[in-house]
Design a protein around this ligand. Structure first.
Ligand code: NAD
Length: 480
């Protein structure tokens, strides 16, 4: 069976503890590989390696760093198909989704490769007699801790701006989905001119390898993407040493359909918003708020649209299996939770027949929608992270805003209306980091992403992310 080791200083490195973790195919439930179980010794090696590589990398002319990032983008484009298949094997993603995520990973390297010269300070006018200016300096060694739902994409999202700003990186992918990042790191060194030690990958478990990164005294910044539980644990560790942190956590995002919405786009848009990537998307629009005057019509149309969704592992499937056994068990448990709370099933709500969508061992779940949900039901309050949506009726615009904001999260929201004044008015009042109007999940590598409330803090993506990978220093010189 394939055995993956850490990638440190441009070499495969066996785990110091000699232990490996099983990697299981979501499509079949069979073991497909083993991945190194990293510990403090492995993390210490990777961090010291990254520290050693720092001076040369941060001291380079930014254009030279940019060229390396562009070259990584070119490499991924050249080997696109290979990375798509690697990613699908461990995540179970639909082909279209995997292809889209690899394309976005490429764009992160292109975007930040082109932005290396935007990491600048400014001069500050203090009048004659002084020269004052700011410098944007890399933190040093940055730790990136990553989830399993979009493995390479999230690794590139955090890694590319960190590298562009002149930091070196120790990345820890999820133990379920480490392969694409390991092989990207290797190809970056061997094919793209990235100096060994600038980007290192330590695999393993969160409380072991992940926590060791956060605690390591030479790590000067951590970017964590994952669950609220994991994020809060990391933030407690980080607080003990005042470590700067970006937290990109979960969501329970509202998707508001006003009565003047164009249902021809709002219905497929709302369906896609909670089913794409089998619902394993942090910004998924899982609370669909529908104005009462179009409520029945909306339910009828979305039921009809969902009948065309294809679940499975074929090249045309819209939804693959969910990625982990734990996620499968979690999604399954919400069928009972919703039923117990009195939600009405519009479609789904139970597991497929054994073998209905593929191998009987695969972690397949059915797209599920509940109607007549009230915002205090558990299915409306807790992140399921599977293809499970709920429809909540509302009467007035102010009710929609109140319900939308009545959540512990604040990651994203959708608004569907032909009235642009209303769109801007509602967008301003929703407590969330991303608002999509008339197209859910629109935007790109250029648009900043981050949360309000329990969805986290700091920002990834866009020019904004570069600020989160740099210290700001102010220098003031008395001239006379
Ligand atoms: P998770 O918190 O279980 O794990 C995320 C990463 O953190 C993994 O690498 C894990 O090993 C590590 N980790 C866990 N506990 C740790 C600890 N105590 N110390 C250090 N590291 C630790 O999350 P997950 O199940 O892998 O991912 C799903 C979650 O991620 C969902 O809640 C989803 O909404 C969220 N997510 C957020 C975004 C975003 O941009 N806001 C994007 C994708 C996923």
């Amino acid at each position: 069976m394939r055995e993956e080791r850490h990638y440190i200083n441009g070499e495969w490195v066996a785990p110091a503890g000699g232990q490996f973790l099983d990697v299981v195919s979501p499509a079949t439930g069979e073991k497909i590989a083993r991945v190194a179980r990293g510990n403090v010794v492995d993390v210490d090696l990777a961090v010291k390696t990254a520290q050693d590589a720092l001076e040369e990398w941060r001291g380079r002319r930014p254009l030279q760093r940019g060229r390396v990032l562009m070259s990584i983008a070119d490499m991924l484009r050249r080997r696109r198909q290979e990375f798509i298949e690697m990613e699908r094997a461990e995540t179970g993603k639909a082909l279209e989704q995997a292809a889209g995520e690899i394309e976005t990973s490429i764009q992160y390297f292109e975007f930040y490769g082109g932005l290396v010269n935007a990491v600048n300070g400014e001069t500050i006018n203090l009048g004659d007699g002084y020269h004052s200016y700011t410098r944007r300096e890399p933190y040093g060694v940055v730790g990136t801790i990553l989830p399993w739902n979009a493995p390479l994409n999230q690794a590139a999202r955090a890694g590319a701006p960190a590298l562009a700003a002149g930091n070196t990186v120790v990345a820890k992918p999820s133990e379920a989905t480490s392969t694409t990042l390991l092989w990207m790191a290797r190809a970056a060194v061997e094919e793209c001119g990235l100096p060994p030690g600038v980007f290192n990958v330590v695999t393993g478990l969160g409380p072991e390898a992940g926590a060791a990164i956060v605690k390591h005294p030479l790590v000067r910044k951590v970017a964590f993407t994952g669950s609220v539980r994991g994020g809060l644990e990391v933030s407690r560790l980080a607080a003990e040493r005042a470590l700067p942190l970006t937290l990109e956590l979960g969501g329970k995002s509202p998707n508001i359909i006003f009565e003047d919405a164009d249902l021809a786009i709002a219905v497929p848009g709302a369906l896609r918003a909670f089913t794409v990537n089998s619902g394993q998307i942090c910004v998924a629009g899982t609370r669909i708020l529908v104005q009462r005057s179009i409520y029945d019509e909306f339910i009828n149309q979305i039921r009809e649209a969902a009948a065309h969704l294809e679940v499975g592992c074929t090249t045309t499937a819209n939804l693959g299996p969910v990625t982990t056994q734990a996620q499968y068990d979690k999604v399954k448990s919400y069928y009972e939770v919703a039923k117990a709370d009195g939600a009405v099933t519009v479609f789904g709500g139970k597991l497929p027949e054994q073998g209905e969508y593929g191998s009987p061992g695969g972690w397949f779940v059915t797209p599920t929608l509940y109607a007549d949900v009230s915002n205090d039901m558990r299915v409306a309050r807790e992140e399921v992270f599977g293809p499970v949506g709920c429809v909540i009726p509302f009467d007035k615009e102010s009710d929609a805003i109140r319900i939308a904001n009545d959540t512990d999260f604040g990651l994203a929201a959708g608004i569907w209306t032909k009235d642009l004044a209303r769109a801007h008015r509602v967008a301003a009042q929703i407590e969330a980091g991303q608002i999509y109007v008339n197209e859910y999940m629109s935007g790109g590598v250029e648009t900043p992403l981050g949360g309000y409330k329990l969805s986290g803090y700091g920002r990834e993506k866009g020019i904004e992310a570069l600020h989160h990978y740099t210290h700001l220093k102010c220098v003031t010189v008395k001239l006379s």
